[in-house]
Design a protein around this ligand. Structure first.
Ligand code: FRU
Length: 927
C-alpha cells in the first residue's frame, strides 16, 4: 500500500515537472514571439560605401526602411571591386533573398550575375548605375549622359566657346555613370572648336588622397593655360580646387562638379563659396529604391525605369537650393528624431510587455505550484492517515501474535510436559522388558526363530529407549536444567574409546573404518556425559546411512590458529539435505536421515560447550560433520566447571543404545525343508528391520524379493513381475505413491496388486494412496495378521478376476473390476489370439512384438490375469471356437480344424477329444 502511495506521489511529481517545463517554454516563446517577425529579406549590394554621396544614399535607404519593419536588409560592400561584388551577389542568391538591390561597380562584369539572380526568380533593382544586363526588374537613377551634356553646355557658356578644358574622373571608369558623363560632356564640347579638351585624368581620391594630390599637381603643372576643369563629382572638384590654389591658379581655372550634396563641403556649399562654378544635382535614389522594392514584394504596380530629375546649381539658384535643402535636412532630422523616439518607445513597450508577461507567467506558475503543493499536502495527509491506520493494525496484529505465541508456548509446554511424563512412564516398563530380555537372550539353547525374534525385540527396545532419553534431554534443555559440567580430559582418548564401539559393526558391514588422532594427548574441558551423546549420535548416523563397502573416518585434530579442537566424522553414505539439518523434528521431504531428534540435540549440547557443529553433504557421495571445541577453560563460567573429576567408567552408558541401532540384521536361516513357493511378493521398504521382519514373516508362505528404495523397487517389479507388492509410502527417492502410479500405468506390471504402508495415517494421504490406484492401504503400526489377510484377499480377487476372463468367450463384455490397463491388455491379447485362430504359425513371439512386452512378462501377466500358460490359452481358445463352429455352423470337421489353425485333422480330433472327452464328429452329431 505504502509503495503504491509513493509511486502515485512520484507520478504526480513527474507530471509537475512536465508541466513546469511546458510553462517555461511558453514564457520563453511569449518573450520572443511578440517581436516583429521579418517577412522579407532584401539583399543590398553596394559598389562602395567610401564616400559622402554613398553614405547619403545609405541614410536615405535606412530612413525609408524604418517605415517597413517587416523588411530585413542584408548589406554587402564591394569596395569598388567588380569581382568582389559578383561573389557577394552570389552569396545573396544562395541565401535566397526575396529581392536584390544592386549598385554595380562596373557595367560589364556585373551583368552576368544580375542575369543569374533574375533567372533564379529574384527581383533585381539597379540603382544609380546600370549594367549590360538586359534582364532586371527595375532601374532607378538619373541620366548620366544628360548630366555630362549639361556640364559640357555649361562649360561652353562659361568659356564663351574658347579655352582649355581638363576632365577628371574617379577610379571606376567602367561604371555606367562614368561612361555616361564622359560621353555626354565630350559630345557637347566637341561641337565647339575653340574648346580644347586634354586627355582626362583619373585616380582614386577617396582611398589615396595624398597620392592623388601629388599626381594631380604634376598633371596640372604639365598643362598650360588650363581654363576649366570638369570634375565627375564635387569631391574631385574640391580637391582640384585645393591644388589650383596651391599653384596660384584658383582665379584662372573654373571648376564644374556633380552631385550637389547639401552640408559643409557638399556641392551646394562649394558653389555658394565660389569654389565650384556650378554643380549638377545627382539624387541618390535610395528612397525610391526601397519604395519600388516594397511595391514589388507586395505585388503592387511599380515603374520599371525611374529617371531621377537633375538640375544645374550655380550662383543663380544656389541660395534657394541651400535653403530648400536645409529645410529638407531639418525635416529629415526631425523624421530621424521621431523615428528614434518611436524606436525607443517600441523598445520600452516591448520591455514592459516582457515584464508584464514574465510577471503574469510567474504568477501563473506560482498559482500552479501552489496548487500542486496544496495537492501534495492533502495527499500527504491522506498517506499519513493511512499509515497511522496501518500502524495501528500492525500493532494490533502484533499483540494478537504475542498472545498467540504465548498460547502456542503454553500448548507446546503442555505437550512437552506430556511427552516428558510419558517418557518417564515408558522408561520403567521398557527397563522391565529389557532386563528379562537380556536374561532370555543369554540362554545358549535358544531356537533360531526365538533368537531372531528376541534380537529384534532388543534392537527396537533400545531404539525406543534412545528416543525417550533424547526427548527427556530436550525437556531438560528447554527448561534450562541441562547444565554443562565440564571436566578436563584427554579428548583424543575419549573420542577413540567411543569410536571403538563401532568397530564390530564396521567389520560386519565391510565398512572401512578409520579413527585418526593427529595429537595423542590433548586435554580440554568438556562434559563427558554430553559429548558422548553427540559422538554416539553422529557415529550411529554415519553407520546407519553408509552402505556396505563404504568408508567412515573419525579425525581428531588441534587447530592452533583458532585455539580449537576439531572432531570430524565423515562417511560415504547417501548424504542428506543440510539446510535444516539441526532443526528439531525437521525431516526434509523424505525422512531418510535421522529421527529429527539426534542432530538438534547434538547442536544444543555443543552450543552449551561454546563450540560449533557444522555439516557438509553431497547426495550419494557422503556427509561430514565437524565439531569444534575451545581449548582451555577461559570461556567457561565457574558454574559450568565440575567440582570433581567425572569418572570415565560410567560415561559410556549410551554405547549399547546407539550401537544396537546400526547392527546389521542377521537372520538365522532355516536351511532344511525349504519349500518351493508359487507366489511371490516384492517388499519395498527402507527400514532394514521392518523389511527383514516382513520378509521373515511372509517368507513362510511367499517367495520374497526386497528393495530398499523406490528406484530399486520399480526395476525389481519389472524384472520379477511379482504377484503382489508391499511398499512403504515414505522412501528415499521415489515414494510409494510414485511407485504405484508408475507400475499401474505400465502394461507389464499394471495387474500387480499393491499394498501401501505408512506411519502417517492422514485422510489426505489415504486419498492420495487410493488415487494412485493402490489396492490396499495399511497404516503403521499394523497388525501382521491383518496384513496377511489383506494379501490373501488381494490374491484371491485376482483369481476371481481370472475366472471371469476365462469362463467364456468372447471377453469384450467383461466386468469393470480390473483396472483399465489390464482390461485393455486382456482385450488386446484375446483379440490378437482370436484373429489368428486360423493361423497355424501364430506363436507367442508374435504377441510379444504386437503388445510390446518381453516373453517372461507376457507369461507372468497372462498367468496372473487369466491363470493360463499362454500356449495353453491359445489352444483353449482354438478348441472353444471349434466347439462353437461345430455346434452352430454347417461346416465339415476338416473345415473347422482348418479354421481354428490345425493343419492336421487327426491331430485336431485327438486334442479335441482329450479336452472335451468326445471326438469332434461325435460332438457334432450330438448337437
Ligand atoms: C560616388 C560617386 C558620386 C557620383 C556617383 C556616380 O561613388 O562617384 O559622387 O555622382 O558615384 O555613380
Amino acid at each position: 500500500m505504502l509503495c503504491q502511495m509513493i509511486a502515485y506521489a512520484r507520478g504526480v511529481k513527474k507530471n509537475a515537472w512536465v508541466f513546469l517545463v511546458l510553462s517555461l517554454s511558453m514564457v520563453l516563446f511569449a518573450c520572443t514571439g511578440h517581436k516583429q517577425v521579418k517577412q522579407y529579406r532584401i539583399g543590398f549590394s553596394q559598389c562602395t560605401f567610401g564616400d559622402a554621396w554613398r553614405q547619403s544614399m545609405q541614410k536615405e535607404v535606412k530612413r525609408e526602411l524604418s517605415f517597413h519593419p517587416e523588411i530585413e536588409l542584408i548589406v554587402k560592400d564591394a569596395n569598388l571591386s567588380a569581382a568582389k561584388q559578383v561573389d557577394q551577389i552570389q552569396e545573396l542568391i544562395d541565401q535566397q533573398v526575396d529581392l536584390l538591390i544592386a549598385i554595380p561597380a562596373e557595367a560589364e562584369p556585373i551583368a552576368p550575375i544580375i542575369e543569374k539572380a533574375y533567372a533564379k526568380g529574384i527581383p533585381v533593382i539597379l540603382v544609380d548605375r546600370s549594367t549590360l544586363a538586359k534582364n532586371y526588374t527595375a532601374f532607378i537613377g538619373a541620366n548620366n549622359y544628360k548630366i555630362g551634356s549639361d556640364a559640357g553646355a555649361y562649360a561652353n557658356a562659361l568659356l564663351k566657346g574658347k579655352g582649355n578644358v581638363l576632365e577628371i574622373a574617379g577610379p571606376d571608369k567602367g561604371s555606367s555613370a562614368d561612361i555616361g558623363r564622359h560621353t555626354g560632356f565630350s559630345d557637347v564640347v566637341k561641337k565647339y572648336p575653340g574648346i580644347q579638351v586634354s586627355p582626362r585624368f583619373s585616380a582614386d581620391l577617396d582611398k589615396y588622397p595624398l597620392e592623388w594630390e601629388k599626381q594631380f599637381t604634376e598633371k596640372l603643372q604639365s598643362l598650360h593655360n588650363m581654363d576649366l576643369i570638369f570634375a565627375q563629382n564635387d569631391r574631385l572638384g574640391f580637391a582640384a580646387y585645393k591644388v589650383c590654389k596651391q599653384l596660384g591658379l584658383d582665379h584662372q581655372i573654373k571648376i564644374i562638379g556633380i552631385d550637389g550634396l547639401p552640408g559643409k563641403d557638399g556641392g551646394i556649399d562649394l558653389v555658394e563659396r565660389g569654389i565650384l562654378k556650378a554643380t549638377i544635382l545627382y539624387p541618390t535614389g535610395g528612397k525610391e529604391a526601397i519604395q519600388t522594392a516594397v511595391n514589388i514584394l507586395n505585388k503592387k504596380t511599380y515603374q520599371k525605369e525611374t529617371e531621377l530629375t537633375t538640375t544645374v546649381i550655380d550662383s543663380t539658384n544656389v541660395r534657394i537650393m541651400r535653403l530648400q535643402n536645409e529645410k529638407l535636412l531639418a525635416q529629415q532630422d526631425d523624421i530621424d528624431a521621431r523615428q528614434k523616439k518611436i524606436e525607443e518607445q517600441i523598445a520600452i513597450t516591448e520591455n514592459q510587455a516582457n515584464i508584464i508577461l514574465t510577471i503574469s507567467t510567474t504568477l501563473a506558475l506560482a498559482l500552479i505550484f501552489g496548487g500542486i503543493l496544496y495537492y501534495y499536502l492533502l495527499e500527504n495527509k491522506k498517506i499519513n492517515k493511512k499509515l497511522a491506520l496501518q500502524k495501528e493494525e500492525i500493532a494490533a496484529q502484533r499483540n494478537q501474535l504475542i498472545e498467540l505465541m504465548a498460547e502456542v508456548k503454553e500448548a507446546n509446554d503442555a505437550r512437552l510436559n506430556f511427552f516428558t511424563n510419558i517418557s518417564h512412564e515408558l522408561r520403567t516398563p521398557l527397563t522391565l522388558i529389557m532386563g528379562p530380555l537380556e536374561d532370555a537372550m543369554s540362554s545358549p539353547k535358544l531356537h533360531f526363530t526365538i533368537k531372531n525374534n528376541l534380537d529384534f525385540i532388543q534392537r527396537n527396545s533400545m531404539r525406543l529407549l534412545r528416543l525417550i532419553n533424547q526427548l527427556m534431554d530436550f525437556r531438560k534443555l528447554e527448561e534450562g536444567k541441562m547444565k554443562l559440567q565440564a571436566s578436563e580430559n584427554n579428548i583424543a582418548g575419549f573420542v577413540s574409546d567411543i569410536a571403538i564401539s563401532f568397530k564390530g559393526i564396521a567389520q560386519k558391514k565391510s565398512i572401512t573404518y578409520k579413527v585418526i588422532s593427529k595429537t595423542q594427548d590433548l586435554q580440554i574441558w568438556f562434559d563427558v556425559n554430553m559429548l558422548d551423546k553427540v559422538l554416539f549420535n553422529l557415529l550411529s548416523n554415519a553407520f546407519k546411512f553408509t552402505a556396505e563397502n563404504g568408508v567412515i573416518t573419525v579425525t581428531i585434530d588441534k587447530l592452533p590458529n583458532e585455539n580449537m579442537v576439531s572432531i570430524k566424522v565423515e562417511d560415504t553414505g547417501i548424504g542428506m539435505d543440510t539446510t535444516h539439518a539441526f532443526e528439531l523434528f525437521y525431516q526434509g521431504q523424505s525422512s531418510f536421515r535421522g529421527s529429527g531428534l539426534g542432530l538438534s540435540l547434538s547442536k544444543e549440547l555443543i552450543d552449551l560447550h561454546h563450540g560449533t557443529i557444522t555439516v557438509n553433504s553431497e547426495t550419494n557421495k557422503g556427509t561430514s560433520f565437524e565439531i569444534k571445541l575451545p581449548i582451555g577453560k577461559s570461556h567457561l563460567r565457574p558454574d559450568e566447571i565440575q567440582a570433581e573429576k567425572a569418572s570415565l567408567n560410567n560415561i559410556y552408558e549410551d554405547e549399547k543404545i546407539y550401537t544396537t541401532n546400526v547392527e546389521p540384521v542377521e537372520l538365522i536361516k532355516e536351511t532344511e525343508g525349504v519349500q518351493q513357493k508359487d507366489r511371490s511378493i516384492l517388499i519395498i521398504e527402507d527400514n532394514d528391520d521392518l523389511r527383514a521382519f516382513l520378509k521373515k514373516r511372509l517368507g513362510e508362505s511367499y517367495e520374497i524379493h526386497e528393495a530398499a528404495n523406490g528406484e530399486k523397487g520399480i526395476t525389481g517389479a519389472f524384472d520379477i513381475v511379482p504377484d503382489l507388492i508391499i511398499s512403504d509410502i515414505l522412501l528415499p527417492g521415489q515414494d510409494g505413491l510414485q511407485i504405484t502410479e508408475t507400475l499401474k500405468q505400465d502394461i507389464r506390471t499394471s495387474h500387480i496388486p499393491i499394498i501401501l504402508l505408512t506411519a502417517k495415517g492422514s485422510i489426505s494421504e489415504q486419498i492420495a494412496g487410493i488415487k494412485s490406484q493402490a489396492d490396499a492401504f495399511i497404516v503403521k503400526p499394523f497388525n501382521l495378521e491383518y496384513l496377511e489377510v489383506t494379501i490373501n484377499n488381494l490374491l484371491k480377487n485376482r483369481a476371481v478376476l481370472r475366472e471371469h476372463y476365462t469362463s467364456e468367450l468372447p471377453t469384450e463384455s467383461k466386468s469393470n473390476s480390473a483396472n483399465k490397463i489390464d482390461r485393455k491388455f486382456i482385450n488386446e491379447f484375446t483379440a490378437l489370439v482370436e484373429s489368428n485362430l486360423s493361423n497355424e504359425d501364430f506363436a507367442v513371439d508374435d504377441i510379444c512384438k504386437k503388445i510390446g512386452i518381453s516373453r517372461v512378462q507376457l507369461y507372468r501377466k497372462v498367468k496372473a490375469l487369466i491363470g493360463y500358460n499362454v500356449n495353453d490359452y491359445i489352444l483353449h481358445v482354438r478348441l472353444q471356437k471349434a466347439r462353437f463352429l461345430l455346434a452352430k455352423e454347417n461346416l465339415t470337421i476338416s473345415e473347422v480344424s482348418y479354421r481354428v489353425g490345425f493343419s492336421s485333422q487327426g491331430y485336431f480330433s485327438t486334442v479335441f477329444k482329450s479336452k472335451f472327452g468326445v471326438t469332434p464328429s461325435e460332438f457334432k452329431e450330438k448337437k
